[in-house]
Each structure stands twice: as C-alpha cells, then as structure tokens.
Design a protein around this ligand. Structure first.
Ligand SMILES: N#[N+]C[C@@H]1[C@@H](O)[C@H](O)[C@@H](O)[C@@H]2O[C@H]12
Length: 449
C-alpha cells in the first residue's frame, strides 16, 4: 500500500499553544504580582475596546476542563507560558507558593491526560517590579531571569520535558521599546537594541542555568517572517535585506551564531551600541531545539521615509488576508524552514505557533462552528510543513496557535485565532471545524490532508 502523500514521520509531535496573560485571567490572584501587561492593559487607550486580561479565558480556574478540550483533539503536547510575576511577585527573591502550585497542578493535569507539557518561561509578561528597576534595559535582567528559570526548573523539570526561555523577543523590542504599541510602551530607537541584546543575554543565562539543573530539553522561540523583494532593483533588494536582518536574524544570529548581522548597525546608526564582546559568548549557548512561529510573509520595497528600516511591506493583490492583516502565504513556511536550516544548521525545529485570525460567524451547528477560512489556512500550512520535511528539514513537531480564542494583546478579544471558539460572556468553549480537521490530522498523522 502506498504511503499517503502527506503522512508525517512516525513520532511527529502534534500540539497547540497559548500564553499566560492571554488566557489565564486572575493576574493578581493568590499573591501574584502585577506584570507590565497588567499595567499596560489598565492604561487608558492602550487596548482595543478597553479589553484586559483580568478574566480572559479564566483558564486559571478552568484549566482542568481546558485540558479535556486538548484531550478531545488528541493533542500530544501543550505549549503554555508561565507568568513570572505569579511565581516571583517582585520578579526576584520571594517565591509565591500558590503561584508555583498553579503551574504544578496544570502540569500534573496534562500528564494525567497523556499530554506533554511544553513550558515557555517568558511570553512578554515581565514582572512590573523588574520594569521599575529598568526591566530589559538593565543588564542585571540576565541574572534576574536566570534566578527565575532556576526556580522553575527545580520545581517542574521532573515533569516538563521541553522548555523555552523566550517567546518572540523581536515583538518585545519592536512593539514594546521601538514603536510603543505593546507593553511597556516605550518609543526609542536607542532603547530597542539594548532591550534586544539583554533579552538574548537573559536567554543565554537561562540556558546555562538549565545545563546546571535540567534533565530534558531547552530552546528558544523566534518569530520568523520571510521577506521577498517587491522588485529586483538594488534599492528594494537592500531594503529586503535590512528587513530580513532586523526581524529574522537580530535574535537568531546572537543565539545560534554568536554574532550580529552587519545590517543592524546600518539600521540603528548611532543608536547601535558597542556591546561587550563577552556578551556574545553568553548569548551563544547550545540549544536542544528552536521554536519557530510562522504566520505570514512580507513583500518589501525601499521607502526612505520609513523608520527605522527605510523599508515597507507591499500589499499583494488578489490574495487572502487575515483579520490581523496578514497575507495567507503557505510557501513562506516552507521557505522559512529551509532558510533556517541553511543558515543555522540541522538543529531540531518545532513550529511553536502557526494559525490565523478570521471573523467567525458564531453559528453553531451539530455542536461545532464552521470556520472555512481558518480550516483552509491550516490545511495549506500543514501541507507546506510536509514539503519542508521532504526537503530535509529536521522538523519535530507543530503547535497550532491557538487552542482557543484569547486576548490578542493590544488588539483585545477582537482577533480570534482559536481552534475552540470562546464566548467571553459565558466562557463557553465551542470546537470550530478547524478543530475537527486538526483532530483528524493528529489521529492520522497527516494522512487526511
Ligand atoms: N498576533 N498574533 C498571534 C500570536 C500572538 O497571540 C502570540 O502571543 C505571539 O507569540 C505571536 O504573535 C503571534
């Protein structure tokens, strides 16, 4: 019998992902300290519709039922993040036992249901107390992060097989320090490179701490958005190179090569610091895997007025765009993975996030909600994933973003990425047709595609 065209390798890992501030709610419960997202969301004008993570998906209370949603899909893994300030209310020093206990109970619930926990230490919600001490702009943050990481490793590494230090450091610096659209809401081209550098120093220090205490795997998660030139003019090619270095190499290069791409000094000019040489020895630690979050691509052209890249994305005609304004371009996923292998070697890779926000008409029929555009996105991207494996990429697994509709950061609850629909007034979860497809993909290891 011939092997089905899109059957994935035996042992391929199928999961779904979320993050703490986007789903948990109860951000200050049981002794938790505030994070910068708790403050940002309660700052007037920062969040669409004034939405906050005060309740979100109420996962802090509903986690057992949510694990059953994961089980219903047949998930083999669940990628979640830990709210640093729930465990260390001041960011360092005193541990909050009730905060630690929540994550211990979540991990046990996952294991009891045959789902492997995949824990991310930092998914943007820095403790506010550390932001008050300079946050990612203070070089001491590498030590603060390593202290927090050690607390978590000692508490959970006996049960957590896979850890990530950071989620998408690029978004933290571009959104939180350059453009100000995300917490902590700074707007400085002088601060952004410093925060970026300290994020990677902290990731390196966290990996070093894991090597002293851990028994399993640790890696780091980057968002990668492949850049394609609008034309083959020298200006557009140079703009594409800058955009690629700024988003796709600024963090992976110091982590995996121990260097920075030269374009960064060209982009930031006098705002690019001369970092101590030893710093790149700290950022450059052996990782057991890299997580890649892929959503879309960008076609890039030169624009002398664009800050700071002198490059802008070019909308593509006759293409499907998601509610977040992202072109549906599955070939970009294949291209991203082959590029990553060519530049950084045959490191084990996971797609740690991939998904799409489309408007879902809440029409529930036979217990599910139809979402054809999201289902089509999922099908196309899983096929593209299989193409990358056939091209020789060392791809170990895939986590759909997201398990359920949640707080899309400053966009609030308006952008729905979930496989499960959430009625935020009632907290009712309803599987979408995309959830049904995903469950069939998992059960057949891709053969249904
Ligand atoms: N926007 N968007 C969806 C998704 C976001 O919800 C995640 O928290 C991030 O890791 C990453 O940006 C991707």
């Amino acid at each position: 019998m011939t092997r089905p065209r899109f059957r994935f390798p035996d042992g391929f890992h199928w999961g779904a992902a979320t993050s703490a501030y986007q789903i948990e709610g109860s951000p200050l419960a049981d002794g938790a300290g505030p994070s910068i997202w708790q403050r940002f969301a309660h700052t007037p004008g920062m969040m669409a519709n004034g939405d906050t993570g005060d309740i979100a998906c109420d996962h802090y209370h509903r986690y057992k039922a949510d694990v059953q949603l994961m089980r219903a899909l047949g998930l083999q893994g669940y990628r979640f993040s830990i709210n640093w300030a729930r465990v260390l209310p001041e960011g360092t020093g005193r541990v909050n036992p009730k905060g630690l206990d929540f994550y211990s109970r979540l991990v046990d619930e996952l294991l009891e249901n045959g789902i492997a926990p995949n824990a991310t230490l930092f998914h943007w919600d820095l403790p506010a107390a550390l932001d008050d001490r300079g946050g990612w702009l203070n070089r001491d943050v590498a030590h603060w992060f390593a202290e927090y990481a050690e607390v978590m490793f000692k508490a959970l590494d006996d049960r957590v097989p896979r850890w990530a230090t950071l989620n998408e450091p690029w978004v933290v610096t571009d959104g939180g320090y350059l453009h100000g659209a995300l917490a902590p809401g700074h707007r400085s081209k002088y601060e952004a490179p410093i925060a970026a550098h300290n994020l990677m120093r902290a990731s390196g220090a966290g990996i070093q701490a894991y090597r002293a205490h851990g028994k399993h795997e640790i890696g780091v998660v980057f968002n990668i958005e492949p850049k394609y030139p609008h034309s083959d003019s020298a200006e557009d090619l140079a703009a594409t190179r800058r955009a690629h270095a700024y988003m796709n190499q600024q963090f992976a290069d110091p982590a995996l090569l121990g260097s920075y791409p030269p374009e960064l000094k060209e982009i930031f000019g006098d705002a690019w610091p001369e970092f101590p040489a030893d710093d790149l020895k700290l950022t450059h630690q052996k990782v057991d895997f890299v997580g890649i979050n892929y959503y879309t691509r960008a076609v890039v052209k030169h624009d002398p007025n664009a800050y700071p890249l002198k490059a802008v994305p070019v909308p593509q005609p006759n293409k499907t765009y998601t509610e977040t304004g992202w072109e549906v371009f599955e070939q970009g996923l294949t291209d991203t993975l082959t590029w990553f292998k060519e530049r950084y070697g045959n490191i084990p890779l996971y797609i740690t996030e991939n998904g799409s926000a489309f408007y879902d008409p809440p029409v529930v029929e036979n217990g599910e909600l139809d979402d054809p555009l999201r289902t089509n996105y999922l099908r196309k991207h899983l096929k593209a994933l299989h193409d990358a494996i056939e091209a020789g990429v060392n791809l170990k697994g895939y986590y759909a973003w997201s398990l359920m509709d949640n707080l899309e950061w400053s966009l609030g609850f308006s952008k729905r990425f979930g496989l499960y629909h959430v009625d935020f007034a009632t907290q009712q979860r309803t599987p979408k047709a995309s959830a049904k497809l995903y469950a069939q993909v998992i059960e057949s290891n891709g053969s249904v595609l």
